[in-house]
Design a protein around this ligand. Structure first.
Ligand SMILES: Nc1ncnc2c1ncn2[C@@H]1O[C@H](COP(=O)(O)OP(=O)(O)O)[C@@H](O)[C@H]1O
Ligand code: SF4
Ligand SMILES: [Mg+2]
Length: 361
């Protein structure tokens, strides 16, 4: 157990480095706005080991991207980023990043951690040649000449499966197809062999075939480099395909997490049941409509009292004494390494899962 000593203000005075490669503890990212404080991430903890993939899932607006940007230190950048309140701890390879200087985090970004996005143009500049951008990314962290860096860029383009890399290295992003542009961005993210790769919905904009190729690529590269991967997605199919562990986010918090196999086999949280029910299945008639989780995601300015999911939860009235509406459920151990935050008793969860949910999936 790692000991944390808290000061009177609740701030950590002496935090010890955890053994996990990446460990996030009680992360909060709040944005004060004219309408109120947006609590995008509100007390999130998780860890990822090298060589493993953690999938973070949840509907749009649940705080997934803000979490990844916080790990990358990108909230300090840009005009909007100035207005952010961040607390908690982010330990990467023994270094704490929330309290680190922007300069320290910048040094780690690219070299120790890198990120790929849904839209490659948010990482690549449209007016510069793809190869020059990869060269630049490499030379920020390596004292090498342009020629050597260019060789490395061609190598990387080849590695991510771009045909004729020696020629494509001089192309502009708009001359690449969507899938090829995605590959080029991955090449740029991986040029420095980062030990942590965060992929934020990397395949959402791509068609199914290209999607599968990109996931294969990420998996191969991970095997080759032994990196830790955080895969952010709203697609549980992607999770089943690629993740070792899964964390389900709702309203800026974790509602369930555990080994992916365990969470798929025996999900414990009503929100996860809802997500599973909305998952497309190959063996279903295509005419059969997907059932999305009923209702709207919560406002992060006025997060519902008690369990944030209670306005949408079909089982909110089962736990006694209105507790779903008044008391926020904390994460509890519900299986080996499996955590869930819900007031339902183990018996009720078991009954609902086996009698109502599982037969319909
Ligand atoms: N700079 C910002 N200022 C105010 N609100 C923000 C800012 N960035 C993100 N948010 C809000 O935080 C919430 C979570 O966003 P995000 O992490 O992008 O969700 P997800 O990636 O899960 O779809 C959203 O409600 C979004 O509007
Ligand atoms: S705590 Fe209550 S409202 Fe929240 S998920 Fe569990 S049963 Fe539903
Ligand atoms: Mg997002």
């Amino acid at each position: 157990m790692t000991e944390l000593s808290k000061t009177a203000t609740g701030e950590t005075a002496t935090a010890k480095a955890p053994s996990a490669f990446l460990e996030v503890r009680d992360l909060k990212v709040h944005f004060p706005t004219d309408d109120g404080i947006v609590k995008s991430v509100d007390g999130l903890s998780f860890s990822v080991e090298k060589g493993k993939t953690l999938a973070i899932v949840g509907e749009s607006g649940s705080g997934k991207s803000v979490t990844s940007l916080a790990v990358m230190g990108l909230h300090r950048l840009g005009a909007r980023g100035k207005n952010v309140r961040m607390s908690g701890e982010i330990w990467l390879n023994g270094k704490e990043l929330v309290g680190a200087s922007p300069d320290e985090v910048r040094k780690l970004r690219g070299r120790e951690m890198a990120m790929i996005f849904q839209d490659p143009l948010s990482a690549m500049h449209p007016y510069y040649k793809v190869g020059d951008q990869i060269v630049e990314a490499y030379r920020v962290h390596h004292k090498v000449g342009k020629k050597e860096a260019r060789k490395r860029a061609i190598e990387m383009l080849d590695r991510v499966g771009i045909p004729e890399p020696a020629k494509r290295v001089d192309g502009y992003p708009h001359e690449f197809s969507g899938g090829m542009r995605q590959r080029a961005m991955i090449a740029m993210a991986l040029v420095n062999n980062p030990e942590l790769l965060i992929a934020d919905e990397p395949t959402t904009a791509l068609d199914v075939t290209v999607q599968a190729q990109i996931l294969d690529l990420i998996r191969d590269l991970q095997k080759e480099f032994g990196s830790a991967v955080i895969m952010i997605t709203h697609d549980l199919g992607v999770v089943a395909e690629i993740a070792d562990d899964v964390l389900v986010m709702y309203g800026g918090r974790c509602v369930e997490r555990g080994a992916a196999a365990e969470v798929f086999e025996k999900p414990q949280h009503p929100y996860t049941w809802g997500l599973l029910g909305s998952m497309p299945r190959i063996d279903r008639e295509t005419s059969e409509r997907l059932i999305p989780v009923k209702g709207q995601p919560p406002s992060l300015i006025n997060i519902p009292s008690g369990c944030a999911f209670h306005p949408r939860c079909p089982y909110a009235d089962i736990p006694a004494e209105n507790v779903s509406r008044t008391v926020r459920p904390e994460l509890e151990l519900v299986g080996a390494g499996h955590w869930s935050a819900c007031h339902l008793s183990a018996e009720d969860r078991e009954r609902i899962w086996t009698e109502e949910i599982a037969p319909k999936l």
